[in-house]
Ligand binder design. Structure first.
Ligand code: ATP
Ligand code: MN
Length: 462
């Protein structure tokens, strides 16, 4: 059961019989031998199973085997004469579990476009690209948990159904059991949510941060790693309706500690994939995006440069002629500006800090200038922003004031404000969109191809 092809390929010849289970990628036949290339998802490379047609009796069985069939083969590993691989399997016996008729199997041996593969999302993990993505997603998840665990961070499961709108981050998906054909109304108009399942309006979470803060203010260092939902009606290559987000939060920590953690974190996970997914990364570098592994290596090797928003804008204004959207102090930075800072100005990762409060969320710590907040965006070459974070406003009066200015009702956030009322302390955190990070690591253009079953506008099949 635990014989995986990735392990067997590393072996030298053995005398014992091994059983290999997998799906046939290709079948080639000559007069005397039949070659099956088997893949079991454990590596890009398959294992070549060789059937000696002079001794193998069950020819009708072989005839039923084609690309996509599920088989198990028993035999011995022998040195492979071809030299393309060190070992191959000399098959003694073979079981065909499930056929994949060639007339209808949608994944014939040829290059399919990623667009086509999206239409067969249930079969696409059997391709090289999606298989490699799945392994990299797994490895990065594992690296993230390891990174935090080694540093004493606790993994907190924040709620998926939420009544707190974190920063109005995006359009929310409402969760309701009300009969949509007969919605209870208030006398003064509007929906009577007291009749709804939760007795109030509820939605799928857009971020676990606010609840994460509550746990940081008790366990000191925590992180969330969970699904996040945004009903963004934008059909882009970078937006999903359902994606995964990692949000560490640290108490007794100012923006300096936050920046240091973000840098260490990115370097750790990039190093982890380069070391542990070398074969898959080479595949991405060759077939998906030239040099993607070098881009990661460069981030690992570069010190992250810190730069204030004001300095960044000064630099950008000098180059305004180059941009589709010219910059002035107060504007939100677009990807073109972010990339200019990290690719042209610094030629390496940049952390931009202290953004104007108007373009950032209500919970960020106000600076003494009263114009900017203690925010940070981490920018990397080829992408722009990869991480966004801040030191949180830990002062009750300033936080309340800010909410009122923005038209948020402090009573709706009573419990969040309690965290400032009782045992408040400087604390900081950031968010990394997991699927965006996988896009960056693999070089895959469309975010729909780095998540198993993408949910996006008008897309929720499978
Ligand atoms: P964007 O400007 O790209 O829409 P955002 O400013 O809305 O991003 P945040 O609210 O800061 O993003 O969310 C934290 C992280 O979650 C982002 O840095 C990004 O990596 C990721 N993210 C945000 N929206 C999406 C989405 N719709 N699909 C996938 N990842 C997302
Ligand atoms: Mn957004």
């Amino acid at each position: 059961m635990y014989n995986r092809i990735s392990q067997l390929l590393k072996k030298t010849v053995t005398d014992e019989l091994v059983t290999v289970e997998g799906w046939v990628r290709t079948k080639r036949e000559s007069k005397t031998v039949c070659f099956l290339e088997l893949n079991d998802g454990s590596s890009l490379k398959g294992l070549q199973a060789v059937i000696d047609l002079e001794t193998f009796a069950d020819k009708p069985l072989l005839a039923k085997i084609s690309t996509g069939a599920a088989v198990s083969c028993q035999g011995k590993l022998i040195p492979s004469p071809g030299g393309k691989q060190a070992v191959e399997l000399a098959v003694d016996s073979l079981t065909l579990h499930g056929e994949a008729p060639a007339e209808s199997y949608p994944l014939q041996k040829k290059r399919h476009t990623l667009e086509y593969l999206r239409e067969i999302a249930h079969l696409r993990p059997r391709t090289n690209t999606l298989g490699a993505v799945a392994r990299v997603r797994h490895a990065v998840s594992y690296a993230i948990h390891t990174f935090f665990n080694e540093r004493g961070f606790y993994y907190v499961h924040t709620p998926i159904i939420s009544t707190a709108d974190a920063e109005g981050a995006g359009e929310q998906f409402q969760v309701t059991t009300l009969d949509l054909n007969n919605v209870p109304l208030l006398e003064e108009g509007g929906v009577d949510f007291s009749k709804d399942f939760f007795g109030q309006k509820a939605a799928l979470t857009v971020s676990g941060q606010l609840q994460g803060e509550a746990y940081a203010l008790a366990l000191k260092n925590i992180y969330t790693f969970g699904p996040t939902f945004r009903a963004e009606n934008s059909n882009t290559r970078r937006h999903l309706s359902e994606f995964w987000m990692i949000e560490p939060e640290m108490a007794f920590c100012t923006l300096e500690g936050n920046m240091a953690l973000a840098e260490e974190f990115l370097k750790y996970i990039f190093s982890y994939v380069l070391e542990n997914c070398a074969e898959d990364m080479e595949f991405f570098s060759t077939w998906i995006e030239k040099g993607v592994a070098e881009t990661l290596q460069k981030v690992i090797d570069s010190p992250f440069v810190e730069m204030s928003y004001t300095d960044a804008v000064t630099e950008l204004i000098k180059n305004n002629a180059k941009f589709a959207f010219p910059v002035k102090w107060g504007s939100d930075l677009q990807t073109e500006h972010e990339r200019f800072l990290t690719e042209e100005v610094h030629n390496g990762p940049v952390i931009v800090t202290d953004y104007p409060k108007e373009i950032k969320a209500f919970y960020m710590k106000l600076n003494p200038d009263e114009k900017t907040v203690r925010a940070m965006d981490v920018l990397v070459p080829r992408l722009g922003e990869i991480i966004g974070g801040s030191e949180r406003e830990s002062r009750l009066d300033l936080l309340t004031e800010r909410m009122v200015t923005l038209g948020l009702k402090p009573e709706d956030y009573w419990w969040y404000l309690d965290l400032r009322r009782y045992g408040s302390v400087p604390h900081s955190g950031f968010g990394l969109g997991f699927d965006r990070a996988i896009q960056y690591i693999t070089g895959i253009q469309n975010i729909r191809d780095v998540i198993p079953f993408p949910r996006a506008v008008k897309q929720a099949d499978f």
